[in-house]
Write a protein that binds this ligand. Structure first.
Ligand SMILES: NC(=O)c1ccc[n+]([C@@H]2O[C@H](COP(=O)([O-])OP(=O)(O)OC[C@H]3O[C@@H](n4cnc5c(N)ncnc54)[C@H](O)[C@@H]3O)[C@@H](O)[C@H]2O)c1
Length: 369
């Protein structure tokens, strides 16, 4: 896809020396993409990538924006810098694709969403798991009412990391460097899947713990959630465990859905909705017959290429973004609420009280623990 005049979309990349760049590389080879400039505060890493990509290098992203005037700015820097850089890019007239999480605090995400609206530019957040075939199919089944009234969701995820992971990139797991641990770095994908499928819960109660790693912030989280519909949820994620990479079970009165290991879905439909069966059955221990139904997966792939293609289409044809700023903010708000719940030992209602969270985070940064 190219512009109506057949020209390519000009892309500029900020934080081009990032480890995550390799996930972006295939998308930069798309027909629609021309990389006009890259920036990084690490001149050596940045120069190397600029040479590879055959474009200009800058140590200051603002100089790059004013000289290269990109259509799209892609932000790969650590998350505490996302908000300020994204706002610079939007004000310079670029559409923005920012890596997840879109910021550290929901209040920063508010400012980014506002800046995009003021500038009349798109703000896309890189939650590529939204495009996975299993996630897309589960969303469709839920929207079709295939599970009846939703009752319960259970999500667990293990993202095992070693001490070396935190040693080689020292900002990881620190309050100043990323504003959290697993909730800011790995869990955003699972939190985003929950928000994408069910929207934000109404309230959350969480324990964040540092079980194994020598880091300031949490490596393990256990949380309970309740949605406005009354659906209940549990959530467990850790970088200190070697469990199932991701397990999701959704139970409704009409059936249940599970993510299977190989990216497939298991869907069991109840012959009679349990609300009816419960009222009418003569058997005190009875349950409706279950039918395992084959699920045809939607097309989809959780890579960065699909995120770029969607952004290009959104710019050129106005299709909705896979994840815009308002959507991307949800998982961040939920992560903030979990940390606030754990540190205050209380249940947190959503929307999050931004000021209360900002005060907590300032304290954690100052203490460094
Ligand atoms: N979508 C995904 O699946 C996924 C996967 C990995 C990382 N990420 C996200 O990507 C981001 C980067 O993570 P990483 O582990 O690759 O980081 P990294 O530490 O490997 O790289 C960050 C880069 O940004 C540069 N940088 C820092 N501040 C800058 C600034 N102000 N201006 C220009 N350059 C600056 C650094 O010099 C470095 O080259 C994080 O937000 C992370 O959560 C997303």
């Amino acid at each position: 896809m190219t512009t109506t005049s057949g020209s390519k979309l000009k892309h500029a990349i900020i934080g081009v020396g990032a480890g995550v760049f390799n996930m972006h590389r295939p998308a930069l080879e798309l027909e629609a993409v021309k990389v006009v400039g890259v920036a990084d505060i690490n001149a050596e890493a940045g120069h190397q990538r600029a040479n590879e990509l055959g474009c200009a290098f800058y140590t200051d992203h603002r100089a790059m924006l004013s000289e290269t005037k990109p259509d799209i700015a892609v932000i790969l820097t650590p998350h505490p810098s996302h908000a300020a850089i994204a706002i610079d890019c939007l004000q310079a007239g670029a559409h923005v694709l920012v890596e997840k999480p879109m910021a550290v605090q929901a209040a920063e995400a508010d400012a980014m969403v506002e800046a995009a609206a003021t500038a009349g530019r798109l703000l896309a957040v890189n939650f590529q798991h939204r495009n996975r075939a299993d996630v897309r199919t589960a969303r469709k089944l839920i929207q079709q009412g295939a599970l009846g009234q939703l009752q319960h969701v259970a999500m667990t995820a293990a993202w095992p990391r070693t001490a070396r992971y935190f040693k080689v990139v020292p900002w990881r797991g620190t309050w100043v460097g990323e504003g959290g641990g697993v909730l800011k770095n790995q869990a955003p994908h699972q939190l985003d899947i929950l928000c994408h499928l069910f929207d934000l819960p109404a309230r959350v109660l969480a324990w964040t713990r540092t079980k194994l790693h020598d880091i300031e912030a949490e490596d393990t989280v256990q949380a309970m959630m309740e949605w406005p519909s009354g659906m209940l949820g549990s959530f467990h994620v850790s970088t200190a465990e070697v469990g199932c990479a991701e397990r999701l079970e959704i139970v409704g009165t009409g059936g249940s859905l599970q993510f299977a290991k190989d990216g497939a879905l298991t869907y069991e439909r109840l012959k009679t909705d349990f609300r009816t069966f419960r009222a009418e059955s003569d058997n005190p221990f009875g349950q409706p017959a279950k039918h395992a139904e084959a699920v045809e997966l939607e097309a989809g792939s959780g890579d960065h290429v699909a995120i770029y293609q969607n952004l290009h289409e959104a710019i050129l044809s106005g299709v909705p973004l896979t994840c815009d700023g308002v959507e991307g903010r949800k998982s961040l708000e939920l992560a903030n609420a979990m940390i606030l719940s754990s540190y205050t030992g209380s249940e947190i209602g959503l929307p999050l009280d931004r000021q209360r969270y900002a005060t907590l985070l300032e304290g954690l940064k100052a203490e460094g623990k």
